[in-house]
Design a protein around this ligand. Structure first.
Ligand code: ATP
Ligand code: MN
Ligand code: MN
Length: 301
């Protein structure tokens, strides 16, 4: 077969010093978005993504042939990522150490993209001390059929209740169906204490408002409710990173927002990988510059 050279981006191009192959490969059939466009997006947002996603253990959602083909969730390096994707040894339950992945440079991020990564998920701890949480996250997962307005109302309620306990929180729309309500923590508490707090907080809220919330994993309990997924707050659990793309139709991205903005937002998938420049501009704005920053510890519950 004759392959025509088409004008446009080169088939192979450098991004932050990383060679991206098959730039024209369609990764998102919906919207016909390519691996090259995904790489362009990550190169653009790398400077605003790394302060949060960098230097923490990450897991990758890799879909080398596209989001509609086989995807896998990867925690450990199979040895093929090279030097820009780094390793941190973490003790497993059985007592032996496993190398987990982390990145701390644009080249690290882009290497993951070259290897077919669409999504970046991260631990709630930094590589300096993986036993101490640097964030609490409540992942609000609505039952099918609930409106985004319901999710928003719940996010505001969590903000108010946590705020009443002295915790400042920040919202992030996931690019999927929900919102993550995030409380940054000065890393002092270890995982058992953090999980216990999150579990008891979620259970108390579900008990106070049983028509609105469930803290039970069972799908049957979710009918018409929002599952407060507190399980992101245990050792080894991950949550999607700010500015990560999602392996969903039309390549939405997870985006930090202000509480003000959330009030008027009509979708948790408002932005996509074409919006990298807007992300950078937004992140520099006065209202978002301090998103995710607070010096605080877990209150008593
Ligand atoms: P949505 O708003 O649509 O719920 P989300 O990112 O919150 O988007 P969830 O399904 O609620 O998606 O997943 C919460 C988190 O669980 C993810 O962000 C991810 O870090 C983790 N997770 C998802 N899939 C897997 C998996 N296959 N293995 C391990 N952890 C996963
Ligand atoms: Mn969720
Ligand atoms: Mn969840």
């Amino acid at each position: 077969a004759v392959v025509l050279e088409v004008a446009g981006p080169a088939a192979e191009a450098e991004h932050s010093g990383v060679k991206i192959s098959n730039r024209e490969r369609v990764i998102f059939p919906e919207g016909s978005l390519s691996k090259g466009q995904l790489a362009d997006y990550y190169e653009t947002v790398a400077p605003i993504m790394l302060p949060w996603a960098g230097s923490r253990p990450i897991s990758l959602v890799r879909c080398p042939q596209g989001r509609d083909k086989k995807c896998f969730f990867q925690k450990h390096d199979a040895g093929s990522f090279g030097d820009d994707v780094k390793h941190v040894a973490i003790r497993e339950k059985d007592g032996h150490d496993e190398p987990y992945l982390f990145v701390d440079t644009p080249a690290g991020l882009l290497t993951c993209v070259q290897m077919g990564t669409i999504e970046f998920h991260g631990w709630g701890a930094r590589i300096e001390d993986v036993e101490k949480a640097d964030r609490l996250v409540f992942d609000l997962d609505p039952d099918e059929g609930l409106a985004f307005e319901d999710v928003k109302a719940s996010a505001f309620q969590l903000r108010d209740v946590l705020g009443g306990m002295g915790l400042v929180t920040f919202p992030m729309v996931t690019g999927g169906k929900g919102v993550h309500v995030i409380a940054p923590l000065t890393p002092t508490a270890e995982w058992p204490q953090v999980k216990d707090f999150a579990q008891r907080f979620a259970a108390a809220l579900a008990q106070a408002e049983p028509d609105r919330y469930t803290a039970a994993l069972a799908k049957a309990k979710r009918t018409g409710r929002i599952f407060i997924d507190y399980l992101r707050n245990q050792r080894g659990a991950t949550a999607v990173m700010p500015y990560s793309a999602r392996s969903r139709p039309f390549a939405p991205v997870a985006v930090p927002v202000t509480w003000e903005e959330l009030r008027d937002l009509d979708s948790p998938a408002r932005w996509h990988i074409g919006d990298g420049a807007e992300m950078v501009k937004r992140a520099a704005s006065k209202d978002l510059a301090n998103w995710g920053r607070a010096d605080q510890v877990l209150p008593d519950l």
